[in-house]
Design a protein around this ligand. Structure first.
Ligand SMILES: Nc1ncnc2c1ncn2[C@@H]1O[C@H](COP(=O)(O)OP(=O)(O)OP(=O)(O)O)[C@@H](O)[C@H]1O
Length: 276
């Protein structure tokens, strides 16, 4: 059984909790052809972070992220969502023995190899100088591989961009198109996981829909594992398989997207009600 669990001791010790402490084991019923159904991509154990000033940022996160699912992370501003995401590819270095990729402590992996396997897309796309094709070729080039024109066109198509973008520069395209170029650039590294930090928050509804379609296609056709932070509950409900609610550095709820109304944690419930 693959699961994400809530640290019960944290629920019990939290001062504003008067709700019933519940067992949170979520069986994930998603099968990819030829994939081990229960395989875990990331294992997170007691992931803790304290700010330089001594303020707790993450209070012992425990979570197993199964392969081939879209995990949505939602929660109030400042709850630690981006910090968790950044720990997964060592943009923030987690303590040793807290984050495991395919059962290996990520601190034991070469950081650049890890970042190729675990690609990330940010809220605002930043393209490098040069053409769209230069951008897409960047990652493989670092490994000494030059993508053919055909391979670049295939990546453009995967990110739902047509061939006319090949020679365009950053100044000639919209933010939504730039986000898809950034996605194609990430996909050029052939990642197994995509981390998405509010990737559509600066996009219009049509660009948002395009990105969401690409994300779902990557999961369906490539069995990619996707972890997405979003402020849009509706978006998470459209695309996620599992939703994880983070409040004050603690996972307080893990629910299927159509069961969010069953949240019991008072802050989570209020957050969900106000966001609906
Ligand atoms: N390097 C750091 N030093 C000090 N405080 C930090 C650092 N990084 C993050 N924080 C603090 O940790 C908390 C969690 O930040 P984080 O960006 O992970 O939250 P978030 O849930 O993603 O927020 P938002 O939804 O606003 O993006 C915030 O209070 C933030 O100010």
């Amino acid at each position: 059984m693959s699961y994400i669990s809530i640290d019960q001791s944290q629920l019990q010790s939290s001062p504003d909790e008067d709700h019933e402490v519940r067992e949170h084991l979520l069986t994930v019923d998603i099968q990819q052809p030829g994939e081990d159904v229960c395989a875990t991509r990331f294992r997170i154990r007691d992931l803790t972070k304290v700010s330089d000033a001594g303020a707790p940022i993450l209070k012992g996160i425990n979570m197993d992220i199964p392969k081939g699912v879209i995990l949505g992370i939602v929660g109030p501003s400042g709850s630690g969502k981006s910090t968790v995401l950044r720990a997964l590819n060592r943009l923030w270095e987690p303590p040793s023995g807290t984050v495991f990729y395919d059962d290996r402590d990520i601190l034991d992996l070469d950081v650049l190899s890890l970042r190729r396997k675990v690609g990330m897309l940010f809220q605002i796309p930043v393209l490098f100088e040069g053409t769209v094709a230069d951008n897409i070729r960047y990652g493989p080039q670092l490994k000494g591989k030059k993508l053919t024109d055909n391979e670049v066109h295939n990546l453009l198509s995967l990110a739902d961009l047509d061939s006319s973008f090949f020679n365009k520069t950053g100044g000639e395209i919209s933010v939504g198109q730039a986000q898809r170029v950034a996605l194609a650039r990430t996909l050029a590294n052939e990642p197994e996981v995509l981390l998405l930090d509010e990737p559509t928050s600066s996009l219009d509804p049509i660009s948002t829909e395009n990105i969401e379609e690409v994300i779902m296609k990557l999961k369906k056709k490539r069995g990619m594992t996707i972890v997405m932070v979003s402020h849009s509950i509706k978006q998470i409900q459209r695309i996620a398989d599992i939703v994880c609610l983070l409040v004050d550095g603690t996972i307080v709820e893990v629910l299927k997207p159509d069961k969010l109304s069953e949240a019991k944690h008072p802050t989570a419930l209020r957050f969900l009600q106000l966001s609906a």
